[in-house]
Design a protein around this ligand. Structure first.
Ligand code: 2HG
Ligand code: ZN
Length: 449
C-alpha cells in the first residue's frame, strides 16, 4: 500500500484499511454500494501526482480506490473529434492515441507520463496549453460517474450541443472525488497544428513579458499556444541540478519567456511572424535576446528547462508554494508587490516565480534562504512559516481579484484557506451540493470542503 499512502510532494503520509483496483465501472459501483451501506469512507486515486493531498487517505477504515486497472481506450471517433477513455488511462497514452489518429488531445502537463485522466478531470488540471485549449474541464464532452450511493450516472456523449438543463458533468470536475468517482470520459480532439514555433526569450521584466504576450497574440493571428514566464532563480536551480540542462542564451538575464506558436498551415509563415513580433519588442526594449528551437530536440530541451523547475527546486531545500492567478494585466504588479512583501518578512528568502503567465497563473514559490541547512530544525522552522507567507501572498492575490488555487485544486492543503477567500454564499452552495449527493459523507471525506 505504501506508494498509495504518500503524496508526491512528501507533505502527507496517510492511512487506509485496504486498496482496491477495480477493473470496470460495474466493479467500482459494487465497491461504492457496499461502502455506502456500511458507511465506509472511500478515497479515489489516479496517478497520485496531485499537489494538494487530495488523493491521500487519512482514515484507517478508509478504502483507497485506485483506478489504474481501468485503462482502456473505449473508442476513438475522428469524425466527431472525440475519444472515449477510462479513468485510469495515462494522459500521455491518450495523447498518443489521438496522434495515431492524426488528431490532437491538447491537455499537457509535467506529470503527463504518469498522471491519469480521471485525476486530471477530477482536479480540473491546467498545464501548458490552457491559453489556447482551456482547462481539463473545457476538453470534456461527456462523463461517466459512479455516485456516492453506487448508481452510475452515464452521461458519455460526444454531442457538441445538449442544452437540457443543469450541466451535471461540470459538478464532478474540480470536485476532487468528493461527489462521486469519474470512471470514464468522452474528450474533445482537435486538428494537429501543421507548424510549430518555440522560442526561449529573455525579457526585461514581467511587465515586458505581458506586453510581449499581447503583441504576440495580435501579431500572430492568435496562434499563441503557450506563454510561460521563468524567473532567473528557477532557471539557475534547473541549471544547477538537472543533468544535461543548459541555458539556450549566452548572456545572463533576469526574466525569460518560453513561448510557443502553433498554426494550421505548413511552411515558414509562422516563424516569420514570430521573428517580427520579437524584433519589434526588441526595438521597444522589452526583449533582450531570443533563441529559436530549430529541431524537435531543441524544442524538447527548452521544455525540459521549464518542466524541471519543480524537481530542481526540491533540491534547494524547503519550499513554500503558491499556485495563484490574477488577471493577466496585473501579473507583473502582483509579482513585484508579493516579492517585496515576502523578502521584507524574511531577508535572504529566495523568490522562485514561474508559471503560466499567459493564463495569469504564477507559481509564486519561496525557497528557504541559501545559507540554511536543507534538512533539520532550521528547514523545519522555515516551513513552519507556511501560513504566514500564505497570508502575505494570498492577501495580495485577493486584493487583485485573483484565485488562491489557479490549477492545482484544493485537496487538504488549501481546504481551510478556501473558507477564507471564497464567498460565503458560494461555500454554502458547495455544501448543499455535497449534502445532496453524499449525505453520509463517505466520498473523499475532509477534502475540498
Ligand atoms: C508546473 O507548472 C506545476 O510546473 C508545478 O504546476 C508547480 O512546483 C510547482 O509549484
Ligand atoms: Zn503549473
Amino acid at each position: 500500500m505504501e506508494p498509495h499512502l504518500a503524496d508526491m510532494r512528501g507533505h502527507y503520509r496517510g492511512r487506509a484499511a485496504m486498496v482496491c483496483y477495480p477493473q470496470s465501472t460495474a466493479e467500482v459501483a459494487t465497491v461504492v454500494a457496499i461502502c455506502a451501506d456500511a458507511g465506509v469512507p472511500i478515497v479515489p486515486q489516479g496517478g497520485n501526482t496531485g499537489l494538494c493531498g487530495g488523493a491521500t487517505p487519512f482514515d484507517e477504515d478508509a478504502i483507497l480506490l485506485n483506478l489504474r486497472r481501468m485503462n482502456r481506450i473505449r473508442a476513438i471517433d475522428p469524425l466527431n473529434d472525440a475519444i472515449t477513455v477510462e479513468a485510469g488511462c495515462i494522459l500521455a497514452e491518450i495523447q498518443r492515441a489521438a496522434d495515431d489518429a492524426d488528431r490532437l488531445f491538447p491537455l499537457s502537463l509535467g506529470s503527463e507520463g504518469s498522471c491519469q485522466i480521471g485525476g486530471n478531470l477530477s482536479t480540473n488540471a491546467g498545464g501548458n496549453a490552457v491559453l489556447r485549449y482551456g482547462m481539463a474541464r473545457d476538453l470534456v464532452l461527456g462523463l461517466e460517474v459512479v455516485l456516492p450511493d453506487g448508481r452510475v450516472l452515464d452521461d458519455l456523449s460526444a454531442l457538441r450541443k445538449d442544452n437540457t438543463g443543469y450541466n451535471l458533468r461540470h459538478l464532478f470536475m474540480g470536485a476532487e472525488g468528493t461527489l462521486g468517482i469519474i470512471t470514464a470520459a468522452t474528450l474533445k480532439l482537435f486538428s494537429k497544428p501543421r507548424s510549430l514555433e518555440t522560442a526561449f526569450v529573455a525579457v526585461r521584466d514581467p511587465h515586458a513579458a505581458i506586453r510581449l504576450l499581447a503583441r504576440a497574440k495580435a501579431g500572430s493571428g492568435d496562434t499563441v499556444v503557450a506563454f510561460e514566464l521563468i524567473g532567473r532563480a528557477p532557471l539557475d536551480m534547473v541549471l544547477r541540478h538537472i543533468p544535461g540542462a543548459h541555458d539556450p542564451l549566452r548572456g545572463r538575464h533576469d526574466w525569460y519567456v518560453l513561448m510557443e506558436l502553433a498554426g494550421g498551415d505548413l511552411g515558414s509563415a509562422l516563424r516569420d511572424r514570430l521573428e517580427d513580433v520579437l524584433a519589434s519588442a526588441a526595438e521597444d526594449g522589452d526583449v533582450a535576446d531570443a533563441a529559436f528551437a530549430d529541431s524537435v530536440q531543441q524544442r524538447q530541451a527548452m521544455w525540459k528547462l521549464r518542466e524541471s523547475i519543480t524537481e530542481a527546486q526540491r533540491s534547494e531545500g524547503g519550499s513554500i508554494k503558491h499556485d495563484v492567478s490574477v488577471p493577466v494585466s496585473v501579473v507583473a504588479d502582483f509579482i513585484a508587490e508579493a516579492t517585496a512583501a515576502c523578502v521584507a518578512a524574511l531577508p535572504g528568502l529566495r523568490v522562485v516565480p514561474f508559471g503560466h503567465a499567459g493564463d495569469g497563473n504564477i507559481h509564486f514559490n519561496l525557497s528557504q534562504p541559501a545559507d540554511l541547512p536543507k534538512q533539520g530544525p532550521e528547514r523545519d522552522a522555515f516551513m513552519a512559516r507556511w501560513q504566514e507567507f500564505n497570508d502575505i501572498v494570498h492577501g495580495i492575490v485577493a486584493r487583485h481579484g485573483g484565485s488562491i488555487s489557479a490549477e492545482h485544486g484544493i485537496g487538504l492543503l488549501k481546504r481551510d484557506e478556501l473558507t477564507r477567500y471564497k464567498s460565503p454564499v458560494a461555500l454554502e452552495v458547495m455544501r448543499t451540493l455535497k449534502q445532496a449527493l453524499d449525505p453520509r459523507g463517505i466520498m473523499n471525506p475532509g477534502k475540498v470542503i
